[in-house]
Design a protein around this ligand. Structure first.
Ligand SMILES: Cc1cc2nc3c(=O)[nH]c(=O)nc-3n(C[C@H](O)[C@H](O)[C@H](O)COP(=O)(O)OP(=O)(O)OC[C@H]3O[C@@H](n4cnc5c(N)ncnc54)[C@H](O)[C@@H]3O)c2cc1C
Length: 453
């Protein structure tokens, strides 16, 4: 059969753009449909604008810390519209770059909502396109649970475009997006409370990291409350009145819900094409990203597996390689994906948590831990500490994981991840000369194990 395209991609986000460009580079005829914004969540309402806000929110502390270094900085009023609009201008620049990249790679861009009509046909606006292979890369969307007053809350999507900066904010949620936004609002000067319904936030991260961050966050002025949940929200003028399940109330002029995300699979025609979905609406795939329909694939957040930009990008690379080269059957190694949380101080992590390592190799583990005051704060006097943990498999000395909380933890752990993916041993870490004076040198000078596990 003669198709219009070799590959039709639904969604020009992190994964979709990468798969399209690489496949077109291999000579495939490729089109991508995008309904909302080029570059997807990461570029428009995710990683990139968030990191810009994180930078913005840290100046407050930097101005204070500057004093001990001889600088008298009189911080002027924080100007929210300036930060917001500068951010938006930068994002628009990136949207343009994405547009040019697709055009430069000879990928046809169809702007509009795409849906499947059958397993080889996609409809965008009023046009129909056929393709040999179809890739679903439509990402995810924030989930706000059902409760009375849910219309009075915002999600991370809206937080990037607030018309005015709030004085009093409640962030609900215990995942990385919630903790990052609590840090952003507090750093930019809002009185900030973070509520989480469970006993400890950051589920899935190493227990020591979670406990350490629990101690650090309140030092940034965030009122952290665990085992607290919202029953309903009412309006009193512009004020949101939060009625909690324990009978207490809180007030705020902004409530941000960061309580998870769900896959973007509604109104995609997936059922019509016979594509099987999981309980959370995610597209079900095999190890090589193929759905139950032979020519339809899915990658990234829509599969509800690891929701990170570099993962979606790498999966896009795998798809292009598997479909259009003889380097077939590529998949990602999901065991050693490094990641960061841009709370303040940052978290950087690679490899299994201690609890997961115990399940895999219990009795064969050496745990090294270190906690210290960052050098910068010896003068500033700020009460902030850094934490590092290394997990080593005793029988072969292989370093399985590094977990860190501290300034630039993401930058540091990215480098360490190369060593861990390469299978470096503790002896090789020890044989590496440190860079002095840095926090990272601690990772090559961890001499005494803290405990065995
Ligand atoms: C606040 C926030 C902060 C984040 N921070 C980080 C971070 O620091 N680091 C990190 O690695 N990850 C981060 N992420 C996660 C990251 O953004 C996602 O994992 C990544 O964007 C997933 O890429 P994707 O290609 O699967 O989907 P997306 O990037 O979401 O792209 C999907 C695209 O499909 C389009 N689309 C949907 N339906 C249709 C349709 N029917 N027709 C046409 N187009 C459609 C959407 O408009 C979107 O552009 C963050 C996410 C959020 C929300």
């Amino acid at each position: 059969m003669d198709y219009d395209y070799d590959l039709y991609v639904l969604g020009a986000g992190s994964g979709g753009v990468r798969a399209s460009r690489i496949a077109a580079g291999y000579g495939a005829r490729v089109a991508v449909a995008e309904s909302t914004y080029l570059g997807g969540t990461c570029v428009n309402v995710g990683c990139v604008p968030k990191k810009l806000f994180v930078y913005g929110s840290h100046f407050h502390e930097d101005f204070e810390d500057a004093k001990a270094y001889g600088w008298d900085v009189t911080a002027k009023e924080f100007d929210w519209p300036r930060l917001r609009d500068n951010k938006t201008a930068e994002i628009e620049r990136l949207n343009g770059i994405y547009r040019n990249m697709l055009a430069g790679a000879n990928v046809d861009l169809h702007e509009g909502h795409a849906q499947l009509i059958d397993s080889h046909t996609v409809q965008v606006n009023d046009e129909m396109f056929t393709a040999k292979y179809i890739l679903v890369a439509t990402g995810g969307w924030p989930t706000v649970p059902e409760f009375p007053g849910r219309e009075h809350v915002i999600t991370s999507n809206e937080a990037f475009f607030l018309p005015r900066f709030p004085e009093k904010v409640v962030v609900v949620g215990g995942g990385y997006i919630a903790i990052e936004f609590a840090g952003i609002f507090a750093g930019l000067g809002a009185q900030t409370t973070q509520l989480y319904r469970g006993p400890l936030f950051l589920r899935g991260f190493d227990e020591s990291v979670r406990e350490f961050v629990k101690e650090e966050i309140p030092k940034k002025g965030i009122d952290l409350q665990f085992n607290r949940n919202v029953e309903r929200i009412e309006l009193d003028g512009d004020t949101r009145v939060l009625h909690l399940t324990d009978g207490s109330t809180l007030t705020a002029d902004l409530v941000l819900y960061a309580t998870g995300r769900h896959p973007n699979t509604s109104e995609l025609g997936l059922e019509t094409a016979g594509v099987a979905l999981g309980a959370n609406g995610e597209v079900l795939i095999d190890d090589f990203y193929k759905t139950n329909v032979d020519n339809i694939y899915a990658i990234g957040d829509v599969t509800d597996r690891v929701q990170l930009t570099p993962v979606a990008i790498e999966e896009g690379m795998c798809i292009a390689n598997n479909l259009f080269t003889d380097r077939a059957n590529k998949k990602l190694n999901y065991d050693t994906i490094p990641t960061a949380v841009f709370c303040q101080p940052n978290i950087g992590t690679v490899g299994p948590t201690e609890a997961a390592a115990v399940v895999l190799y219990g009795g064969d583990l050496d745990i090294y831990e270190s906690s210290f005051k960052p050098m910068k704060h010896t003068l500033s006097g700020r009460d902030e500490r850094t934490f590092m943990k290394m997990i080593v498999r005793r029988s072969d000395d292989v370093v399985l994981a590094v977990h860190m909380v501290g300034p630039d933890a993401g930058e540091i752990v990215q480098g360490i991840a190369v060593a861990i993916v390469a299978g470096a041993t503790k002896a090789q870490f020890d044989a590496t000369v440190g860079i002095h004076p840095t926090a990272a040198e601690e990772l090559v000078t961890l001499r005494e194990k803290t405990r065995e596990a």
